[in-house]
Design a protein around this ligand. Structure first.
Ligand SMILES: Nc1ncnc2c1ncn2[C@@H]1O[C@H](COP(=O)(O)OP(=O)(O)OP(=O)(O)O)[C@@H](O)[C@H]1O
Ligand SMILES: [Mg+2]
Length: 607
């Protein structure tokens, strides 16, 4: 699924910029320095033509070569000062460019950790990646280089205009009358360019998403021999993007010569009227030096205009980037601590003056729970289930019947849309979310390992684990054997997403991880589906020890895993179709019995 690049406001939104400035607070003094330096740089550029005017009038025309030395010294000093200024300006801007995106990215990343699973169900990873990379980068550039350009251009134009007016206001007006025309042309063209770039960006995000699927799904695409189709779809998108890019470039290519032409006309006017006035005397008279200065001013006056137009476009993008990042960081986690939970337990464990986090006995009760995923159908309707502390519950049933969903709800990864889930008799929404999570050991249906060593993967998030504890957990999980066979034992690399391990080995490692966390509630979702029957048998034996005294939910297709459960629930379409112990269910000769005999016939069941 793909979310369309949201259309954000096109007007300048001061609220967004205020927030952005908030992020640049740590760099306030850097920025003030930067602005001051830019004023100096702009001033310098505006003074240079005055300098040449003086040289022409008072040295060349006045035939005073003796003044040349002094003049040269001053010129060299000024240029040196500007060089130093520019050096530090680039340094400061570079610092802001590097640091600001880092802060924003960190902030967004922290927030991503808080968001609930439901956010990831509807938000493509590519979209999130683009926010954390290109949008953050753009903000860094804007708050540094575009700021430099903006102030530099602004001051240069302002000071140039003032100097021209002081030198000769009549002539200055000749140049300044072009401004309204300039503004109009800039406005019209920027709108066009902006529109095309928006389209380009839209296709760009389609392409990023396409990359994502094309790369992560490379194996599947190959086995389906779907490369051609994939390439065709991708090609269509890229060619549309190319069209808009070309259009944007064509418009931009027209704009620059237009501005240059206006500049040339203004310069021509200056030369023409100056040439006439050169021969006049009195107030209409003009020195060679003044004319030379004016020609320089007329040319340099138009340079910042183009900068301006570009910077405004950049600012527009930056605003859109900021809006998208804020949209991410403003997303309220679907599951968060309720007001009541915060009142009682505080925002973190052990907050002063707040109640201590209670122990969890392990009673879980679904009462009239209805639930459906976002944009999905109802999976559970009026579902009732009571699990006593220490009970081992097995969930079996067809694919898509709702087993994982029930486990997810019990763990509070999702919350019911209607009804209640009570833990030890109290609605779990009255507890801190982290309280519930800290009681869990969950072996996911598709276990996720992180890049890092096996040791890090098992002890994930804990530094106080001894080698004995580690090994004992791994042994119980049946993982010790294969880990010892690896090159570096527990210090072997698992690879990105654990891809150096087989599917079954990944399950065993995450099983060990869950055992080590010593949870009250144990959830095993198809935890042994990818291991051989021999290993499964071993785990079976260990499991009975591990699960003692804990509440557990075991989901399995292979029924040998579940036959020792206290209670087996057969889930069909979100409903408990049958329940009872293994022998009770066999006696019923219902769904479970059919499933069981089927598996015996196929020989996939071990005793
Ligand atoms: N993240 C999700 N977003 C939207 N719909 C989902 C999501 N996860 C599951 N579903 C839907 O909810 C229903 C129940 O899915 P669930 O994962 O609970 O099935 P299951 O019993 O665990 O199946 P399996 O044995 O294949 O693991 C399915 O129809 C599925 O399409
Ligand atoms: Mg499942």
């Amino acid at each position: 699924m793909m979310i369309e690049e949201q259309e954000f406001s096109k007007k300048i939104d001061f609220k967004v910029w205020k927030r952005l400035l908030g992020f640049s607070k740590p760099y306030r003094s850097l920025m003030i320095w930067l602005v001051a330096q830019m004023i100096f740089a702009g001033l310098f550029d505006a003074v240079v033509p005055l300098f040449s005017k003086y040289a022409v009038d008072n040295i060349v025309l006045a035939s005073r070569p003796d003044r040349l030395i002094l003049m040269s010294i001053v010129a060299v000093l000024l240029i040196a000062a500007q060089a130093v200024n520019v050096r530090y300006m680039v340094l400061r801007a570079g610092k802001i460019e590097a640091w600001l995106p880092y802060d924003i990215r960190q902030n967004a990343f922290d927030h991503l950790q808080k968001l609930s699973l439901s956010y990831y169900d509807v938000t493509p990873v590519g979209w999130i990646m683009a926010r954390l990379t290109s949008d953050c980068r753009r903000l860094g550039q804007t708050m540094s280089w575009n700021l430099v350009d903006l102030f530099w251009s602004g001051f240069m134009m302002l000071i140039t205009a003032i100097f021209m007016l002081i030198l000769d206001w009549r002539m200055a007006l000749l140049v300044l009358v072009t401004i309204p025309l300039l503004v109009w042309i800039s406005f019209v063209f920027q709108q066009k360019i902006l529109h095309n770039y928006r389209q380009v960006r839209k296709y760009n995000s389609h392409i990023t998403a396409g990359f994502n699927e094309g790369i992560t799904g490379a194996r599947t695409i190959k086995t389906l021999a779907a490369e051609q189709e994939m390439a065709d779809g991708f090609g269509k998108t890229t060619s549309q993007m190319r069209n808009f890019s070309v259009r944007a470039a064509t418009t931009a290519a027209l704009y620059t010569p237009l501005v240059l032409m206006l500049g040339a006309i203004a310069t021509g006017l200056v030369l023409w009227s100056g040439g006439i006035r050169m021969n006049q005397t009195g107030i209409m008279g003009m020195t060679y030096g003044t004319l030379a200065a004016f020609v320089s001013y007329a040319v340099q006056f138009f340079e910042p205009v183009r900068q301006f137009a570009r910077v405004f476009t950049e600012l527009n993008y930056a605003q859109a980037s900021a809006e998208r990042i804020f949209a991410l960081t403003d997303t309220v986690p679907a599951i968060s601590d309720s007001e009541q939970a915060i009142n009682i337990y505080g925002k973190q464990e052990g907050e002063e003056g707040k109640a201590e986090w209670p122990a969890f006995a392990g009673n879980i009760e679904f009462e009239n729970v209805s639930f459906g995923y976002e944009n999905g159908e109802c999976v559970l309707e009026n579902f009732n289930l009571k699990i006593k502390a220490g009970e081992t519950i097995a969930l079996v049933g067809e694919t898509g019947s709702g087993k994982t969903t029930i486990a997810n709800l019990a763990c509070r990864f999702y919350e019911p849309n209607q009804g209640q889930i009570r833990v030890d008799g109290i609605d779990y929404r009255d507890f801190p979310v982290m309280w519930m999570y800290s009681q869990l050991g969950y072996v996911l249906q598709e276990p996720h390992l992180f890049s890092g060593t096996i040791r890090e993967n098992i002890t994930y998030g804990r530094s106080d684990v001894s080698q004995e504890e580690l090994e004992s957990a791994a042994r119980t999980a049946g993982a010790h054997e294969f880990i010892m066979h690896m090159d570096n034992g527990y210090d072997s690399e698992a690879g990105e997403r654990g891809n150096r391990l087989s599917a079954g080995q990944k399950q065993l490692v995450s099983f060990a991880r869950a055992i080590l966390s010593n949870p009250v509630l144990f959830v095993l979702d198809e935890a042994t589906s990818s291991v051989d029957t021999q290993t499964e048998h071993q785990i079976q034996q260990a499991l009975s020890r591990v699960l003692e005294g804990r509440t557990s939910l075991i989901i399995a297709h292979r029924l040998s895993t579940v036959r020792h459960a206290d209670r087996i629930l057969v889930i069909d379409n979100g409903i408990i179709a049958e329940q009872g112990s293994h022998s009770e269910l066999l006696k019923k000769r219902g769904y479970y019995w059919r499933l069981y005999t089927n598996q015996i016939v196929k020989g996939s069941l071990t005793e």
